[in-house]
Design a protein around this ligand. Structure first.
Ligand code: MN
Length: 248
C-alpha cells in the first residue's frame, strides 16, 4: 500500500434488529453512522438490520423504516457506499428499499469482496446453521420466488398476523440470545470456504456469538470473525483498516 494512501476503514455490522420497541438501538445506529462517516470508505450490513421486514411497502406505514432508509441514503450520498445482505429476519428487503436507502442489495448467501486488495468473504451466516434442520427447511421455503410473490401479494396487516403466528408456533422469542440460536456447523463453514477458494478472511453475523475463529484447511488459514448483535443497546462493528481487523 503506498504511503500516501488515505487512512480509511471498511466497516461491517449485522444483527441490529432495529424496531420501534428499541429506540436505544436506533440511537446507537445513528451515532455509529455519525461517528464513522468521515473515515469510512465502505459500509457492509450483513443482515438483520431490522427485527422484522414484511415487504418494502413497510416504508409506507412504518416511520422507523423510513427513518432508517433516509439515514442510509444520506450516508451513502455523503460518506461511503453501503452494501446490504438480508438476514433471516429481513430476508424480504427488496429493490424498493434498496433504492430509497441508496444501498446495493445482495441476495446471494455469501459474497466475496475486495477490500484494498484483500479478499474478504461476507455472509449473514444463517445458511451455515445446518444442524437446525427445521430452520433450513423454513429457509428454503421462504426463499423460493413463488412463496415470496404469494406472501407479498397479501395486505400488510395479514402478513403481520402470519409472521406473528409463525413466530408463536416456532416458540421463537422476540429477542433471541445466542443460546436460542444454533451455532454454525463447522463442516458447512469448511465447505463454503473451500467453494470460495479459501478467502483469508470471513466475516458473518447471525449467531450472536461474537468471536474470532481460525480455520486451517488444506494448507490455507482462514480467520472467521463473528459479529456481535446489538441487543445490549450498543453499536458493534468490525472494521478493516490498513489490512488489520479491529472490533468496535
Ligand atoms: Mn439472523
Amino acid at each position: 500500500m503506498p504511503d500516501n494512501f488515505p487512512m480509511s476503514r471498511t466497516l461491517f455490522i449485522s444483527d441490529l434488529h432495529l424496531s420501534a420497541e428499541r429506540p436505544d438501538i436506533t440511537r446507537a445506529f445513528h451515532a455509529l453512522l455519525e461517528s464513522q462517516g468521515a473515515r469510512c470508505d465502505a459500509l457492509y450490513i450483513l443482515g438483520d438490520l431490522f427485527d422484522y421486514w414484511l415487504g418494502d411497502d413497510q416504508l409506507d406505514s412504518d416511520p422507523l423504516a423510513r427513518e432508517v432508509a433516509a439515514a442510509l441514503a444520506a450516508f451513502a450520498r455523503d460518506c461511503a457506499p453501503v452494501t446490504l445482505l438480508p438476514g433471516n429476519r429481513d430476508f424480504l428487503l427488496g429493490e424498493r428499499f434498496a433504492s430509497e436507502a441508496g444501498v446495493r442489495l445482495v441476495t446471494q448467501d455469501a459474497l466475496r469482496i475486495d477490500v484494498h486488495g484483500q479478499p474478504v468473504l461476507i455472509a449473514h451466516g444463517d445458511a451455515l446453521c445446518t444442524d437446525d434442520v427445521a430452520y433450513q427447511q423454513f429457509r428454503r421455503q421462504v426463499r423460493a420466488p413463488e412463496w415470496r410473490t404469494q406472501f407479498l401479494a397479501a395486505p400488510l396487516d395479514v402478513r403481520m398476523q402470519q409472521a406473528q403466528e409463525a413466530r408463536r408456533q416456532s416458540g421463537e422469542h422476540k429477542y433471541q440470545s445466542a443460546a436460542d440460536i444454533m451455532d454454525v456447523n463447522r463442516e458447512a463453514v469448511a465447505e463454503l470456504l473451500r467453494d470460495q477458494s479459501f478467502p483469508p478472511l470471513f466475516i458473518h453475523g447471525h449467531t450472536h456469538r461474537r468471536a474470532h475463529h481460525t480455520h486451517h484447511l488444506e494448507g490455507h488459514i482462514c480467520h472467521r470473525w463473528v459479529l456481535a448483535s446489538w441487543d445490549d443497546g450498543h453499536a458493534h462493528a468490525i472494521f478493516l483498516e490498513d489490512g488489520e481487523v479491529h472490533s468496535l
